[in-house]
Design a protein around this ligand. Structure first.
Ligand code: C2E
Ligand code: MG
Ligand code: MG
Length: 741
């Protein structure tokens, strides 16, 4: 616009109203414009020039100030002023510029548009002011014809509107980024779906929302093709985890399916289905709208969706990780960790009828090793299927290779129902496998308050069941745990006392029936605790076996026996032998045979003077391993005795394979031997020994009658309180002097 085109009076006339398209009296919303000028006439002329002007669909509304000060006050009071038409020279030469500073610096209002006007060109502000304070326009009043004023105002308000929409957008974006960030923290698909719908509620006004996706891997038992409702909002019926077809609003269900098929957003005036895709994961968010979405809303939602799509992929990965952490890969049942969670629920449940149980398949490793892992896996699947079919109220988990956990009402989780499951063989591959199982139970009444605790309790019961010879199941009760605690305490004490040298080896003489002389001694452990109490080996040997401590202790016993053998060799009784007792775990763990051979070699003892006593029960588990070990020991000249003979379960065919030297008749067959009919078993054993060419020793002789009877039966050797109780080594030598001299 050229100044030369204008005359002083130009702008006072409505001379060029060719902009009808911007007049519309029906519009109600207004733009607030503040006119600041100390000349009242300018106010009315401006208003007149702009009368009926509609900018971007809105009328103008005017506020008036006649000084810079007034102007500042009004701007503070009305935060919706969009444009200030501002006289530069008023109460002072720079009163207008002071208003500008106030707006931009004090009020920090960058959005308000400012048009400076001045009567004289000489009062024009410097260019820097125009730039620094974001002045829209600077005009001398003479420049402002109506047409130019309209154009200036129009441009200024447009620019206000753009600034405003950028600000709104920015706020929207901030909201979206916040919303998307909070969604990233969700770890389950369900929480995520709920979160997305909640955020949508903040962004868009809607009646209701539904979050839909394929349910596979998320919804228990979901097939891979159907769509499931994973989250919902504003619906009266809860349909989460159900198929989309369960949705009452069939129209919405159709739109959602359609959106999935088209792989893009589907919008209409009343509803919208947004398509969410990231990685291989797809979901649809369906909203029933209160009013149609504006373009800006749509743009914002687009940004929002891009932001949250990765979140959707993430929660899927989380779910997978969760599955890996909480699901058994083979049966897809909850695993041990998750069973603990289920047991937590069991503890909190108000239902006193509930029972938790563990099922342990007996000899599963034999099947795995013998028939291969494939068959093993198929067997586990078959077992899991059969237990699962018991009662759909039960919760089933696989908590170890061959151990299942069950929680359910006592009508279905009890010894009868569970053992019945194992009465028929299980099909695995081509095989039909008859298997048995052991069961530990814990009913709600005796359960602890936390899942880990209960698991431990059922485990105690299961371990007892596995050892039980009568029934394959045991119910947990508190005393068991007291016993376990006691056992652990004893083991701890045994370990320290052994390390501190509080174990002793005592010797009980063994005599020849023919000569009445001591021919040997059985070495027996004695544990004297720090408070002077003796603890019976019948108590602590099983604990040492259970804890594995028997390996170290057993080596020590052999060592001690060798020391005494050397003492004997140097004494007048070099032919006296020593027997030591050996437990099953000693054969199974460590290199017992090598150790014994090494200890005898190191001590330079005659191996034939050392005897190892084993019980029949060592043959129960892995007979061949034991037989091989004994043959190696025997080859070194070490003697082998079979202790407690007749009390175990070994078959005679195995006995024949053992490289034995002696049979020991157990005390239980000796105690009643003097009574009528009480000697049959002892007699049988003695005869058996003779036929197998073995020496026979009877133990536990307490009376002269017992001795007489054994003598009559032809027993070779004897040991018992009648002759001598076990005693410390030094006393044994005194005893030798007394009897053998
Ligand atoms: P065992 O090997 O059968 O030992 C014989 C047990 O009978 C000993 O009990 C002995 O003191 C006892 N005894 C001997 N004569 C009589 C008698 O006339 N009347 C009565 N009432 N008892 C008699 P102890 O010393 O209490 O040992 C118990 C068990 O502990 C032993 O039974 C053996 O199985 C085990 N044991 C002891 N020392 C060791 C050891 O060093 N290693 C291993 N592995 N086990 C040991
Ligand atoms: Mg013995
Ligand atoms: Mg014995």
């Amino acid at each position: 616009m050229q100044a030369s085109e204008n005359t002083n009076d130009d702008f006072l006339f409505i001379d060029d109203s060719d902009e009808d398209e911007i007049f519309d009296s029906a519009v109600r919303d207004t733009w607030k414009v503040l006119i600041v000028d100390d000349d009242p006439e300018i106010h009315s002329v401006t208003q007149l020039a702009l009368s009926d002007l509609i900018v971007l669909g809105r009328n103008l509304e005017y506020l008036h100030a006649y000084s810079g000060q007034d102007a500042c006050k009004l701007i503070e009071e009305h935060d919706d002023i969009v444009l200030v038409l501002l006289d530069v020279v008023m109460e002072s030469d720079d009163a207008g510029l002071m208003v500008v500073k106030h707006i931009r610096e004090q009020l920090r209002r960058d959005d308000i548009r400012i048009v400076l006007r001045t009567g004289q060109p000489g009062y024009a502000p410097e260019e820097s002011v125009i730039k620094d304070y974001d002045i829209n326009d600077y005009k001398t009043k003479t420049e402002l014809t109506r047409r130019k004023l309209v154009t200036t105002v129009y441009a200024a308000i447009r620019s206000y509107q753009q600034i405003d929409s950028v600000t709104q957008n920015r706020k929207g974006l901030e909201k979206i980024i916040g919303a998307a960030a909070s969604l990233l923290e969700q770890h389950t698909v369900h929480d995520y779906a709920r979160g997305v719908l909640a955020e949508f509620k903040m962004l868009v006004e809607s009646h209701s929302g539904v979050f839909c996706a394929r349910g596979q891997g998320i919804v228990e038992g979901a097939d891979d093709l159907s769509l499931y409702i994973l989250g919902q909002d504003g619906l009266s019926d809860i349909k989460v985890n159900q198929k989309l077809t369960a949705l009452e609003d069939g129209d919405a269900a159709r739109k959602i399916t359609n959106c999935f098929q088209q792989k893009q957003h589907v919008l209409d005036a009343h509803s919208t289905s947004f398509y969410l895709a990231s990685g291989g994961f797809r979901a649809v968010i369906h909203l029933e709208l209160i009013q149609a979405l504006t373009t800006i809303e749509m743009q914002l939602i687009e940004v929002f969706l891009t932001n949250i799509a990765t979140g959707y992929e993430n929660v899927h990965l989380f779910q997978k990780l969760r599955n890996a952490a909480y699901k058994d890969w083979l049966t897809e049942l909850p695993n041990r960790l998750d069973f603990v969670n289920l047991l937590d629920g069991f503890c909190q449940s108000k239902n006193d009828d509930l029972v938790a149980a563990l099922v342990d398949i007996n000899h599963f490793s034999d099947i795995n090793d013998g028939l291969g892992q494939d068959i093993g896996n198929q067997l586990l699947m078959a077992v899991s299927t059969r237990i699962n079919a018991l009662d759909d109220k039960n919760q089933l988990a696989r908590i170890g290779a061959d151990v299942f956990g069950i929680i359910g009402p006592k009508e279905s989780v009890n010894p009868e129902t569970l053992t019945a499951l194992f009465s028929q063989p299980f099909a695995a591959g081509e095989q039909n496998l008859p298997i048995s199982a052991s069961f530990g139970f814990c009913s709600k009444g005796s359960a602890g308050s936390r899942g880990v605790k209960v698991l431990n309790q059922i485990n105690i019961a299961l371990n007892l069941a596995k050892k039980s010879l009568h029934e394959p199941y045991v119910y947990y009760h508190q005393e068991m745990e007291d016993k376990t605690l006691w056992r652990l305490g004893m083991i701890r004490q045994l370990r320290t006392d052994f390390a501190e040298g509080r174990l002793e080896l005592w010797y009980q003489p063994q005599l020849s029936m023919a000569t009445g002389k001591i021919i040997g001694a059985e070495a027996l452990l004695r544990w004297k605790t720090s408070d002077g109490k003796f603890i019976s080996p019948a108590v602590f040997i099983p604990l040492a076996e259970y804890s594995g401590l028997i390996i170290e202790i057993g080596n020590w016993v052999v060592e001690q026996a060798c020391i005494q053998l050397n003492r004997l060799a140097d004494s007048q009784y070099p032919d006296v032998s020593i027997s030591v007792n050996v437990s099953i775990p000693q054969f199974k763990r460590g290199n017992f045979v090598d150790n014994v051979i090494e200890i005898t070699r190191k001590n330079g003892v005659d191996p034939s003077k050392l005897e190892l006593e084993i019980t029949e029960n060592v043959l129960m588990d892995e007979p061949q391993v034991i037989i091989d070990a004994l043959i190696r020991l025997k080859a070194k000249g070490i003697s082998i005795a079979l202790d407690d003979f007749g009390t175990g379960f070994s078959s005679l065919s195995y006995l024949q394979k053992l490289p034995l030297d002696r049979l020991k008749v157990d005390r239980s067959f000796v105690s009643g031997i003097a009574e009528t009919g009480g000697s049959i078993i002892a007699e049988t054993i003695i005869n058996l020994g003779k036929q197998m060419n073995l020496k026979v020793i009877a133990e536990g002789i307490e009376t002269i009658e017992q001795e007489a009877e054994l003598k009559a039966l032809g027993c070779d050797e004897v040991q018992g309180f009648y002759y001598a109780k076990p005693m410390p080594a030094d006393e044994f030598f005194v005893c030798l002097d007394k009897i053998n001299r």
